[in-house]
Design a protein around this ligand. Structure first.
Ligand code: URA
Length: 226
């Protein structure tokens, strides 16, 4: 008797969504996140929830820490000074805010009671509470690569705390998706050295290579000494 054919074991894959299903899933998620009151302190201090912005079919996703004052006011991630720098980085990659997806670990601005200015880092409890929303965004978008901006994003996504300067520039993996840690643009605003800009740019070149994007000679040489 011929041996029974053995069914090939396929590796578990993330569910794939068609365009309409993706849009419906993201709309349903947004409708759940916008009225979220899981962190009562943040729900009462925020102007609004900052859900995320960009193309739900994007190949590339950027993940930051949490909204600041500008983002809280306007309801969009990364539109303050650090956000404007991130937009420039995205444009230098020959992409746009509309063709990537941008989100944060925390969807609400961390409250700063008694302070009139400044931000604070999300607490571990806030991150754990909010993280499922980001995970759902990633599950729906299924990007081909993620850029984690700064230590909080890396801690939130990978649980790694060994320091951004050690991790940046080396591929990590988040649920099977290649993840590139790099400095937060706010760091580049504080440290204007060309060498630091170049480090972030080298990380972005690795991302472009991973995505099979064309890279011009001019792009390769950005932020190198003349
Ligand atoms: N910093 C972040 O990490 N996220 C924003 O949306 C804005 C500033």
């Amino acid at each position: 008797m011929p041996a029974k054919p053995v069914a090939a074991k396929s590796a578990p894959t993330a569910p794939t969504f068609d365009s309409d299903t993706k849009a419906a899933a993201m709309a349903e998620l947004r409708a759940r996140v916008i009225p979220c009151i899981k962190c009562p302190n943040l729900a009462s201090s925020r102007t609004q929830v900052v859900f995320g912005v960009g193309d739900i079919h994007a190949q590339l996703m950027f993940v930051g820490e949490a909204p600041g004052a500008d983002e809280d006011e306007q309801g969009e991630p990364f539109i303050g000074k650090a956000g404007q720098l991130l937009t420039k980085i995205i444009q230098a990659m020959a992409l746009s805010r509309e063709t990537v997806y941008i989100a944060n670990i925390l969807k609400c601005r961390p409250d700063t009671p008694g302070q009139t200015a400044g931000n604070r880092k999300p607490t571990p409890a806030e991150m754990e509470t909010c993280k499922p929303y980001l995970l759902e965004q990633i599950r729906i978008i299924q990007p081909r690569a993620i850029v984690a901006l700064g230590a909080t994003a890396i801690d939130g996504l990978l649980g790694k705390t060994e320091g951004i300067s050690k991790l940046r520039g080396s591929w990590q993996e988040f649920q099977g998706i290649p993840l590139m840690p790099t400095y937060h643009p706010a760091y580049l605003l504080r440290n204007q050295a060309l060498s630091e800009k170049r480090k972030v740019w080298e990380d972005m070149l690795l991302v472009m290579e991973k995505l099979g994007m064309p890279i011009s000679e001019k792009q390769r040489n950005f932020f190198l000494k003349a």
